[in-house]
Design a protein around this ligand. Structure first.
Ligand code: 2BA
Length: 147
């Protein structure tokens, strides 16, 4: 049977596993849906954070939300993209986690979300914790302890 033996592992700080903000594709409040769709398409991600000018986390915008907003009765109204603001389309509140939280909390939350936005005490966005990174750590730990 596979077991996650050490308590220390689950109690590790998530800080060392986050993808830092400068490496995370994002858009800003006030940006158009056209710009957001460009960023989403170019990076290949399905959902990215929306930040304000002070780097505070405001929401998430996804390709699905943008497409849904411009769905007409019989065609997709692409011409509306430049005038639509991400502020109106974004999902809010956002699944997030404090930078000082433990691995276990991240693991629990990532069951229902592909990634978590990581914030500090001032709600400033510091990065993301992804399912991929957490699963990689979990796999490493399980293999090390079950050989
Ligand atoms: P998705 O975009 O739906 O991506 C699902 C998974 O597909 C990702 O899982 C990753 O394994 C792979 N993937 C997608 N696009 C990729 C790319 N351009 N390069 C490499 N791998 C790619 P995770 O890595 O666990 O990410 C979970 C979610 O976190 C992603 O969902 C995306 O919404 C967000 N994400 C991850 N890295 C990001 C970044 N640097 N900037 C913005 N958002 C990011």
């Amino acid at each position: 049977m596979i077991s996650v033996t050490s308590r220390d592992f689950l109690d590790m700080q998530i800080e060392e596993f986050i993808i830092s903000s400068e490496k995370v594709a994002h858009v800003q409040m006030g940006n158009s849906a056209e710009h957001a769709l460009l960023v989403l398409t170019k990076t290949g991600y399905s959902s990215i954070p929306v930040l304000d000018s002070k780097y505070r986390l405001k929401g998430l915008v996804s390709t699905q939300r943008i497409t849904d907003a411009i769905l007409g009765l019989d065609h997709i109204e692409y011409e509306r993209l430049p005038d639509l603001k991400v502020d109106l389309l974004m999902q809010s509140p956002v699944p997030s986690i404090h930078i000082n939280e433990k691995f276990k909390k991240g693991l629990d939350l990532l069951i229902n979300h592909p990634f978590l936005c990581v914030v500090d005490d001032e709600e400033t966005f510091v990065g993301i914790l992804t399912r991929r990174v957490v699963l990689k750590q979990l796999k490493k730990h399980i293999y090390q302890n079950n050989q």
